[in-house]
Write a new protein. Structure first.
Length: 107
């Protein structure tokens, strides 16, 4: 797999899955994204990002069988490569932000 960068929204989806304990379904991810960002999130956008990230090998998924009480759900889990890439991204951003605090405080 190549080391192409993931976009900002994909990054947010991965972080949401990590925040939710590593295994989540799309509705929970949408709720987490909205809670953390304070913005409305289109469920279709999350679904598309999940499929793209899974195709790139950053997520794995499993489908649960629904019953009369509950629908089937596809649960997504971060693969080790995703965790590694998130750590690298965090470290890069920390280095980029280091020392910029005073500049960000100015009007």
């Amino acid at each position: 797999m190549g080391r192409e960068a993931f976009g900002e929204f994909e990054h947010q989806v991965l972080l949401s899955i990590l925040r939710l304990g590593g295994e989540s379904y799309s509705v929970a991810i949408v709720v987490e994204l909205e809670k953390c960002s304070g913005k409305d999130v289109a469920p279709a956008a999350v679904y598309i990002a999940l499929k793209r990230l899974e195709k790139r090998g950053l997520l794995s998924s499993r489908l649960t069988k629904g019953d009369k009480e509950e629908r089937s759900r596809r649960y997504f889990e971060l693969r080790p490569e995703a965790v590694t890439r998130l750590r690298e991204s965090r470290d890069t951003f920390r280095r980029l932000w280091d020392g910029l605090g005073p500049l960000m405080e100015k009007d």
